[in-house]
Each structure stands twice: as structure tokens, then as C-alpha cells.
Design a protein around this ligand. Structure first.
Ligand code: 5AD
Ligand code: SF4
Length: 428
């Protein structure tokens, strides 16, 4: 979501005549797109902003802007203005469209801008300028905001309520991206499964996927994120029957304990979640299921953590994002009794070790088989090698020419090393 938002910021700047530069000392404009989902994201953003004070001193004409989730928190605008007076422009999540005006105003009048719109239901924008930076992959917003209010999460407070783009606009953009040559489109929303509910025109996620499936051409479709309470059987059936929608579902469970799920306000039980996983596995064999897991949520005891480990063993995720719970001011869980940090640290270490064992075991199953891979990029740090993903979402590195980037190729997996797969091209 943030990467795509940065692509929109870059699109605005390019339309104003700015071009990218690699050297921050040479920059005329620097925009920090912030995230506040966890404390470390926020600390990193503030650290980065702090580190640019000397640049601004050396080059007073440089324009420094801070945008995104962090600015939208209670009192954040004022706080930024006081602590980092050299920041010129602060824009909230609903104010990105005002970047051009704010820059022009600063250039013409020297006036700084702090624009943070607290409206929870801002209008859905269409036709934003985008400068895409993800190679043959393109991000596509289908909706914004979230209505779920999981008790640990800041997102509904900083991104407002669910607002879906009209289906015709989503399909339009999708077709345009395919025409422009993009090979993989990832549909984005905080909870893509509730797509369309706010439109009141009969649109829903299953229908959107069905329409997208009808679009001709050789390309891949992924989507994130799904909320387990809303991922229904219609969606599973459409994925199972679609040629273009990848066999890959990100289904964040957060915790395997019903007590914790209830305290998190997640609206499902471990049993319900496991039923959904079973339906996925039955209808979509070889589906890569990934998840988000959290440890150290308030009231989490060893038995709850064991329930999480148990879910991890049962589902056999191809990979998982693992987090230590981080207090977010203003959320309900911030007022609950907290788990000591050393306990959380111990649990996250054990959780990662368990998931690594599973990832390694699943990786082994790929060895010796041939998979269709979308070649996406040069392999990091390996000259003469490229990398791409299988339909199920696993990253594969193989020897090959850069000219393969953007193409679908068949790759035989020769060996695996924990999460990494290494293969060789299978000539036609
Ligand atoms: N602390 C830790 N992890 C969090 N996430 C969201 N809020 C928090 C928090 N306060 C995690 C969840 C979510 C992912 C995007 O970030 O696992 O699925
Ligand atoms: Fe946050 Fe829950 Fe919404 Fe995801 S579904 S963005 S975790 S409130």
C-alpha cells in the first residue's frame, strides 16, 4: 500500500517536472512517506526525518515533506512542526492530492503547509498520476480504509472508513495496465474481501475477481490483504477456476488462541479459520498460504502462544510475517495489561524457528519439479542470475539473461535453502 502511495507521490512530482535522483544531497524535493503500524516503523521515519536536518541546513532551498499515516495520528502535525521545524510540508493520508499546490505555494510565497484532513469518509480519487517502480508488477488499489477496528491496530484511525473504487474504474485501470505490458497485477485493500459493500450497487470481491478473470492475456493476479472472517467460498471457487488469479492467499490469522482472537476483535475462531484453510486446500491444491502472526498481545499466556504454534504446524504456511505486538496510542489494546518485552522476545524467537522449519520442509517439496516463473528482476548480488516467483508466490533464483525479465519461463528447481529456491531454465 505504501509503495503504491509512493508511486503516486512520484507521479505527481514527475508531472511537475522533477526527476528521480540517487543522491539526497542533490535533491530539490524529498518526501518521506511514513507508516505508523508499529512503533519501530514510526521511530525509523522520525530518525530519517531527523537525519535530514543537516541537508536542509546545507541546502535551504531543498523542500522537505512528510506525508502518510504517521501524520494522521492525534496531534502528530503539531508535534512534527515543533520537533522538526525545518520540515516544509506535512500532509495527511487524505491530503496527498495537495502536494503539488503545497510545493508551489512554498516556492512562490515561502509559506509552509500542514494539511491533515480528519474526514473519515473522503472522496475516492480517480485518475491520480502514477510513476510505477515495480518492474513488470503493478499495484492497483481497489479500496481504501478499514472498518474492522482490530483492538491493536491504528489503521482505521489513520486511514478512515472503507471506501471502494467503482468496479468500472478498477476494471478500466486493470485493462490499461495489461495493455501497457504489466504481467502481474496486485489488487490492494486493507480488507479486499469487503470490497464493494459500501457501493450499494451489488458489487463485491467475488464479482470483481470474476470480471478480472475474464480479461484475456497472459498475466497474473494477486490480491492483499484478506480478512479471514470475510474470505468466502465464492472467492475460493473463483480462484480455483481462474487461469490468471494466482494460487496464493495471504490470510493473516494474528493468533491461534480463541481468547486472544476475541480480545483482538477479529470476529473468527481458530476453528472457523481452519475450516477456511481446509476449503482452500481442497479447492486449490498447491495454494501458497501466507499469514501475519503476532506475539505478546495483552493477556497472551504460554497456552495461547502454544495455540499459535499449533496453528502454524497445522496450516503449514509457505511463509509468515511475524510481529511483536506494539502499543499504538488510541487503540483499545493500549489500555490493556501488557506482556513483558522479554516474554514477547522469547515467543517471537520460538515462533520464527517453528515457521522456518516449515518453510524449509515445504521448500524441499519444490525440488526436482518444474514451475512456471514470472521473471521479475536481476537476482540481488548474483551477476548473470535473475529471479521471479512461482504462481504460489515462492521466489526462485536462476541463471538467465536480463532479457528474460517480464517473461514467463519454466524453471526446474535444483535445490532449496530455507525460503530460497534455486533452479535452472528449462528450454522450450
Ligand atoms: N503491533 C504489532 N503488529 C501489528 N500489526 C498491526 N498492528 C500491529 C501492532 N499494533 C500487524 C498485523 C497486521 C500487519 C499488517 O501488521 O499482523 O496484519
Ligand atoms: Fe488493522 Fe484489522 Fe483493519 Fe487489518 S483488518 S487494517 S489489522 S483494523
Amino acid at each position: 500500500m505504501n509503495i503504491h502511495e509512493s508511486e503516486k507521490i512520484a507521479g505527481t512530482l514527475r508531472a511537475m517536472g522533477y526527476v528521480e535522483c540517487d543522491d539526497e544531497n542533490q535533491a530539490d524535493v524529498i518526501v518521506f512517506n511514513t507508516c505508523c503500524i508499529r512503533d519501530n516503523a514510526e521511530k525509523r521515519a522520525l530518525g530519517n526525518i531527523g537525519a535530514f536536518k543537516h541537508l536542509k541546513k546545507a541546502n535551504p532551498n531543498m523542500i522537505l515533506a512528510v506525508v502518510g499515516c504517521m501524520t494522521q495520528q492525534d496531534g502528530a502535525g503539531l508535534n512534527l512542526r515543533q520537533k522538526y521545524p525545518y520540515v516544509d510540508i506535512v500532509l495527511g493520508t487524505n491530503n496527498l492530492a495537495e502536494l503539488e499546490n503545497a510545493i508551489n505555494k512554498l516556492k512562490n510565497t515561502g509559506k509552509k503547509s500542514v494539511l491533515i484532513d480528519q474526514n473519515e469518509n473522503p472522496q475516492v480519487l480517480e485518475g491520480e498520476k502514477k510513476y510505477r517502480t515495480s518492474g513488470c508488477n503493478a499495484w492497483l488499489n481497489i479500496m481504501y480504509g478499514c472498518n474492522n477496528f482490530c483492538t491493536y491496530c491504528i489503521v482505521p484511525y489513520v486511514r478512515g472508513r472503507e471506501r471502494s473504487r467503482k468496479m468500472v474504474n478498477v476494471l478500466d485501470e486493470f485493462r490499461r495496465l495489461i495493455d501497457e505490458g504489466y504481467k502481474e497485477i496486485t489488487l490492494l485493500g486493507q480488507n479486499v474481501n469487503s470490497y464493494g459493500h459500501d457501493l450499494n450497487d451489488g458489487s463485491n470481491f467475488a464479482k470483481l475477481l470474476e470480471e478480472i478473470s475474464k480479461i484475456d492475456g497472459k498475466h497474473r493476479v494477486r490480491f492483499m490483504t484478506s480478512h479471514p472472517k470475510d474470505l468466502n467460498r465464492d472467492v475460493i471457487d473463483i480462484i480455483a477456476n481462474s487461469k490468471s488469479i494466482c494460487n496464493n492467499i495471504h490470510l493473516p490469522i494474528q493468533s491461534g488462541s480463541n481468547k486472544i482472537l476475541n480480545l483482538m476483535n477479529r470476529h473468527y475462531t481458530r476453528e472457523y479459520y481452519l475450516d477456511t484453510v481446509e476449503a482452500i486446500k481442497e479447492k486449490i491444491p498447491n495454494c501458497g498460504i501466507t499469514t501475519d502472526l503476532m506475539v505478546g498481545f495483552p493477556y497472551e499466556e504460554e497456552a495461547d502462544f502454544q495455540d499459535t504454534l499449533d496453528i502454524v504446524r497445522r496450516v503449514k504456511y509457505s511463509s509468515a510475517f511475524t510481529f511483536v505486538y506494539s502499543i499504538r496510542k488510541g487503540t483499545k489494546a493500549a489500555l490493556m495489561p501488557q506482556v513483558p518485552p522479554e516474554v514477547s522476545k522469547d515467543r517471537i524467537t520460538r515462533l520464527i524457528a517453528e515457521q522456518n522449519k516449515i518453510t524449509k520442509m515445504l521448500s524441499k517439496e519444490y525440488e526436482g519439479n518444474v514451475y512456471e516463473v514470472l521473471c521479475e528482476d536481476k537476482a540481488p548480488k548474483r551477476v548473470g542470475y535473475v529471479c521471479g516467483r512461482t504462481d504460489s508466490g515462492r521466489l526462485v533464483t536462476f541463471k538467465g539473461d536480463e532479457q528474460l525479465i517480464g517473461q514467463f519461463v519454466n524453471v526446474k528447481i535444483d535445490k532449496s535453502q530455507s525460503a530460497s529456491l534455486f533452479g535452472s531454465l528449462v528450454e522450450e
